[in-house]
Ligand binder design. Sequence first.
Ligand code: ADP
Ligand code: ZN
Length: 679
Amino acid sequence: MTRAEELLSSVFGFSAFRPGQAEIVAAVAAGQDTLAIMPTGGGKSLCFQLPALMGGGVTVVISPLIALMRDQVRALREAGVDAGALTSGNTDEETEDVFAALDEGRLRLLYMAPERLASGGTLSLLRRIGTRLIAVDEAHCVSQWGHDFRPDYLRIGDLKRALGVPLAAFTATADEETRAEIVARLFDGQTPATFLRGFDRPNIHLAFQAKEQPRHQILAFAAARKGQSGIVYCGTRAKTETLARALAEAGHPACAYHAGMEAEARREVEARFQQEDGLIVVATVAFGMGIDKPDIRWVAHADLPKSIEAYYQEIGRAGRDGAAAETLTLYGPDDIRFRRAQIDEGLAPADRKAADHARLNALLGLAEATGCRRQRLLAYFGEAAEPCGNCDLCDRPPELFDGTEAVRKALSAILRTGESFGAGHLIDVLTGTVTGKVGERGHDVLPTFGVGRDLPKTEWQAIFRQMMGHDLIRPDPERHGAFRMTEAARPILRGEAAITLRRDTIRAAAKPVVKALVSEEDAPLLSALKAKRRALAEAARLPAYVIFTDRTLIEMAERRPRTLDDMAHISGVGAKKLESYGAAFLEVIAGEAARIHPARLRLAGRAAGTLFDRLMAAQADLARGEDGTGKYLSCTHAMLRRIAETRPATLAELDRIGGMGSQKLDRFGVAFLDILADG
Ligand code: ADP
Ligand code: ZN
């Protein structure tokens, strides 16, 4: 085991690095200048926290938001790491403590707000305390073109030069321009060791639904996830308030958040969300930078985001702890019209507007996708991938049809009516519906009148929406949203290209698939563990996740450790937390175990029950391998029950049933098969 791995396990309680972390930690620990671009939830903090523990001196961390710094410091202290923050939010006592720890040479990480860099004494302070490394969180704040720009970040380059120490910069924003700016401003243009991690967030389930009854759709989504922390993003401030009220009336703890609220009220919502488990915040995009909560279980968009980048960033706030998280994005013709108008009516130069339309198109393409959404999302960011099995279209492949003819009819109706009408009137023309407007304009004598009678109006609505999604038509803001044909539609109109469309997606989407965090058997224990966490968090006035994240509680519920020693092998349980909280959580698990595990109970009285017990015993014997020195492994109770019930006869069958993975199959496979063979 390397020193880094040792600390990863003993301090943070993690058994393995996340992808990319090991290399970054090695580069930072070796004193290289480093730029790491990782998606949200990739585990950036660890990449400077771990090296900070590996050598002498102090690591200075510059981070844009005071609230986040305070939370990171609290989390580090809970893990037994000496960390402190110097911010304007400190009490005098806290500041004194930080200086005392610095004077005694105890402090390993010093968090600092960028504003502090402007003050004269900072440089000499940082020299005096033996600063070894500068870590810059949210490094894209140095970019003058982004919306997170922080002028004080521009001082960081000078600080690095003056101290002559290495710098490690972290961000989730990967576009070329921002990256170049970071290199120019933080590293004096000297290209640092650069790590670019893939964009995939495999634990986040992706789903879109066309708006049908949007409020009902959001309420149903939230109801299926009651008690879980979530965010609902809305397009307008007014809507955040009405939706928050509707959710509260449906019995959810929910509050609104938008930039029009008093600063104090906003801070209160941020603090509550961070602290509590299970609050829903209904917000505009103003809610974002201020949140650092790893256990957000779901993100819903009540309205379409403005671009594919915005979508990715907003859903990315879910599931940073690595446990399953879900998303739902609603969209409809009005959203598309609104977003197009927003771009067209903006003040940006023409080329910028064209780029913004392209970003919106990429999102609409994702909304109207006919195959795996993740594949499509990653392709946008230049990554190839297999179908993911964790999006709505993988769960339930959509019904497709050749929409070429229908689209040509619709385009012809648009052209023959002078590109002057919206979907309602065009559908009347297509379906041969005589209305006052149709008669007045003489549209009932057009050759296209009634050519679309074969399809119902709802189907035509879905076709027009998809045509907007494929950017074949655009609403013209100067003519009340009348549709104009785009260049992209020309080949279809001329019969040179075909297009595949989805059959009415509204019907297909009726029932959202809910993914449970744990099996039915383990759910009561998970609730009991969460209740314990809540009680401890409230008593210590800590955010619940600082005690343990959902990911950790889920593992406890599934593995049911019986001793402190077993407990130490749960991911997220480091030495200090084991000491502080291990016994309390063991007690909860023991209490539940006394009630006989439901997985076992379900099999009681049957031969499978005996088998289950014998599999349990065999697994306990082999938990650390034949010689008792291997890495700790165990299977969940639900997994053992499935094995006892289905009685696989070969390793291949066992693998298929158990979903054990190769490590566990190697460790337990033969022993299990022996038991099954004579059971
Ligand atoms: P980012 O800043 O990249 O969004 P964080 O540093 O906040 O991500 O980490 C997100 C979550 O992942 C935190 O709860 C953290 O404890 C957890 N985490 C980080 N590294 C690991 C790891 N190697 N194994 C398990 N969990 C990890
Ligand atoms: Zn998929």
